[in-house]
Design a protein around this ligand. Structure first.
Ligand code: NAD
Length: 370
């Protein structure tokens, strides 16, 4: 076996894991931030105020304005308000929506972000931003929006409802799966992907049994950190494209659609991504990884089909059209017939299967594990 050529760029950030909120005050000081604005969603305001108290007098306000998909109007209002306050740093407390708003503000003002994540979505580990205007979400990569410090405290995730925890964890595993066949993957990122997926797959059933189990919550957050780092380091493919369309054009919930679609994309790409299959074999349970992941999902409290999310079968054609409209990297060629088949399986919640119209090259198929 030989090592394929690769390029790897480490992202500059400091991560403090499992030490409560104690590291926050030091992080603020080390970054030279004098006037912090705390960002959260409205329902996380009590937590955000508690975090603000930990930081102390450097906090000048708590803006509980974040909503899903970062609407441009919210960014405009919060930008103006934070400039009026002389804010020179943002502290995002919450999931991808809170961190997403902080990123949009950092993009405009240049002020650094410290993140305190409370879901498993992984946005805190990436330089990717998104802003929605006129129902279109523009996204981009900019190092100005990469949080400079991240404080992971598993205790802040014990009140994340079990069903949200499961789908959020599956959302994180999706980053790992696509990182394993990304064109810019590298050995260190692949190790993070396997370990992140393993930690989450093991932790989710435990936290379903005992949502306040700090050990299980810690393992899940550790897995989410690794999977988020994979997302930050690699280019995503068909799975993320599908979920972007399902969320952006059909308003399906982010984490749930990721969870439902994932085993189907894993199966679809498997014949063309033998290294991914080999790496994930055994991680989700016995047998091939797409079937094992699907069985794991059947045992967890989560929606199991796109129909469960209220997605109309007649809209499959439009999703397929959007997903196949422009080329992007995916290990398996993406055509309309195959995407239709994949989406029909995901819509009905049927067992995933790699069958499609495309044929994997002989050398790829022969490397598939039996
Ligand atoms: P979210 O941030 O919208 O959170 C979902 C809900 O759960 C919110 O109401 C939130 O207030 C609440 N919540 C958060 N933590 C909680 C806790 N511990 N206990 C109880 N409730 C809690 O959802 P998300 O899945 O974390 O993030 C989704 C968004 O993040 C999407 O818009 C997605 O596009 C974006 N995202 C971006 C990136 C990136 O790299 N830019 C990566 C992943 C996700």
């Amino acid at each position: 076996m030989s090592t394929d050529p690769f390029t790897y760029a480490a992202l500059p950030m400091r991560v403090a894991f499992g030490q409560g909120l104690h590291p926050l005050r030091d992080q603020v000081r080390q970054l030279g931030i004098g006037r912090v604005v705390v960002i959260c969603t409205p329902d996380r305001a009590p937590l955000a105020h508690r975090v603000a108290q930990t930081v102390g007098t450097a906090v000048v306000d708590v803006m509980a304005e974040a909503v899903m998909h970062v609407p441009a109007g919210v960014v405009d209002t919060c930008e103006q308000h934070s400039r009026n306050l002389g804010c020179d740093g943002y502290l995002a407390v919450g999931g991808g929506s809170a961190i997403g708003l902080a990123k949009a503000l950092a993009l405009r003002t240049g002020a650094p972000i410290i993140a305190v994540p409370t879901t498993y979505a992984g946005s805190e580990m990436t330089p990717v931003w998104g802003i929605t205007e006129n129902r279109v979400k523009r996204t981009g990569r900019d190092h100005a929006v990469l949080p400079r410090a991240v404080v992971y405290d598993p205790a802040l995730t014990t009140d994340l409802p079990v069903s949200v925890s499961v789908t959020s964890g599956m959302n994180a595993i999706a980053h790992a799966v696509e990182g394993l066949y990304a064109p810019d993957r590298s050995p260190i990122v692949s190790m993070m992907a396997r370990e992140g997926a393993r930690a989450l797959a093991a932790a989710l059933p435990r936290l379903v049994d005992r949502p306040d189990d700090l050990g299980a919550r810690g393992d899940a957050l550790y897995g989410a950190w690794l999977c988020g780092a994979v997302l930050g380091a690699t280019t995503m493919s068909l799975h993320h494209k599908l979920c972007h369309v399902l969320g952006g054009s059909f308003n399906l919930p982010h984490a749930q659609s990721h969870a439902i679609v994932l085993p189907h994309v894993l199966a679809f790409n498997a014949p063309f991504a033998p290294d991914m299959v080999a790496t994930l074999t055994g991680v989700f349970g016995d047998g091939d990884p797409w079937t094992a992941l699907w069985h794991l999902q059947q045992s967890l409290p989560m929606p199991l089909s796109l129909a469960d999310l209220g997605f109309d079968k007649d809209d499959i054609a439009e999703v397929t059209r959007q997903v196949t409209a422009n080329p992007y990297h995916n290990p398996r060629p993406v055509n309309e017939t195959d995407v239709d088949i994949l989406l029909e399986r995901a819509w009905a919640g049927r067992q995933p299967h790699p069958s499609t119209t495309a044929t994997a090259p002989d050398h790829v198929l022969s490397k598939e594990p039996s």
